[in-house]
Design a protein around this ligand. Structure first.
Ligand code: ADP
Ligand code: MG
Length: 359
């Protein structure tokens, strides 16, 4: 049992898509200093935090091994300079400008993320599609931000849809190179945060750290145990549109797994009381519009969980549930109803609800 001091120091809630469980208190620890407390099994727990990809990251480590914070920041910087659509000089933005029908060499990291994206596009029959970038901008959610007070007209959407389709990107199988069949523009926002979580997790493993939770903008990977020797407790947030109201809706215990969410309740705008989400349905060219408020996927890697969450969100509950059950994917849905929210989950997700706490 921990002393009260120790509990306050090393337990608690990570705010964002995640929070820890009911009985724990929370403070975010922003220092590299290991925390001394009376817990003999886990004398050290510390947190590293910062900003990346327009959001924040938090890493919680339990154990004696340390990792250099600079190493973390430099790994994140490498990913941003390869994959950001917010940096004109990024490798991705250069690829977006590159001519069509020419093989272009890409870095191993970009190659890996493009392969993962293709895999999820094929699996989701194009619901996940990194070539949506022009539509993301047209709807005012990309780097070319504009005031969302008027809606794009149908002609503009149809015009852009002509050059949208993941099949226009050819990925070489034998080397790290790609070819664009059309003048497509890629946006990795729905997978890059998850990929970055995986890179950081690998970096921690290389530093012999085996108990950790890595989180970037709500995409999470947890290995080993938390400071209480328990599974890492993650709360799936209630999909409330007010940023002030943040409540856990369901709490999941994980270890050796990744978890990512996609929702319509954080990044959106409203015109005439109609809600427009930042997730675009590539078949219509417009933001998704259905009763799914949030989608959470548990998978082996965070990149896959991240991309799948967006894919399922585009597909809507019925198609998404069928795809998940046919492929043994663990996914949890929160559905909007007239009186509030309802939960629903795939067969593979049931184990995380039933074995929730590891008391
Ligand atoms: P969420 O957690 O809500 O899924 P993400 O940040 O992971 O949010 O992904 C949303 C971003 O992905 C959008 O802002 C846009 O840049 C991009 N995006 C939108 N629709 C799609 C889509 N159908 N496939 C792939 N990426 C998309
Ligand atoms: Mg995502």
């Amino acid at each position: 049992m921990l002393s009260d001091n120790c509990k306050t120091a090393i337990s608690g809630y990570l705010i964002l898509h995640m929070q820890m469980r009911r009985k724990f208190l929370f403070i975010l620890i922003f220092t590299l200093t290991p925390i001394a407390c009376s817990n003999q099994q886990n004398p050290n727990a510390y947190q590293l935090s910062g900003s990346t990809m327009g959001t924040t990251y938090n890493i919680t480590i339990v154990g004696e091994n340390l990792v250099n914070h600079e190493l973390i920041n430099s790994a994140l910087e490498d990913i941003e300079s390869a994959m950001s659509t917010y940096r004109l000089e990024s490798e991705l933005m250069q690829l977006n400008e590159a001519p069509i029908n020419t093989w272009i060499n890409v870095s191993p990291a970009l190659y890996e993320v493009l392969l993962i994206s293709e895999e999820i596009s094929v699996l989701s029959n194009g619901a996940f599609d990194i070539t949506v970038s022009p539509l993301v901008n047209l709807w005012g959610f990309g780097p070319e931000k504009h005031k969302n007070d008027t809606l794009p007209n149908t002609e503009a959407i149809e015009e852009l849809l002509r050059n949208i389709g993941f099949e226009y990107l050819i990925i070489a199988e034998d080397r790290e190179a790609v070819l664009k069949r059309e003048m497509i523009r890629l946006d990795l926002s729905a997978v890059a945060k998850g990929y970055a979580v995986d890179v950081l997790a690998e970096l921690l493993e290389e530093n012999n750290i085996s108990n950790y939770l890595v989180e970037i903008g709500g995409e999470i990977s947890g290995r080993g145990r938390n400071a209480e020797g328990d599974l890492w407790q993650i709360a799936i947030e209630a999909p409330l549109r007010s940023a002030q109201n943040r409540e856990p809706f369901q709490i999941i215990g994980i270890s050796g797994l990744s978890l990512a969410s996609s929702g319509d309740y954080r990044n959106f705008f409203e015109v005439d009381d109609i809600h427009y989400s930042h997730t675009i349905d590539p078949s219509s060219g417009s933001p998704i519009n259905h009763n799914l408020a949030s989608v959470t996927v548990i998978a082996e890697t965070t990149a896959i969980a991240d991309a799948l969450a967006t894919a399922f969100n585009v597909m809507g509950i019925e198609q998404a549930m069928a795809l998940a059950n046919n492929n043994n994917i663990a996914v949890y849905f929160i559905i909007k109803t007239a009186d509030g929210f309802l939960e629903s989950y795939s067969m593979a997700f049931a184990q995380y609800i039933n074995e929730n706490y590891n008391d």
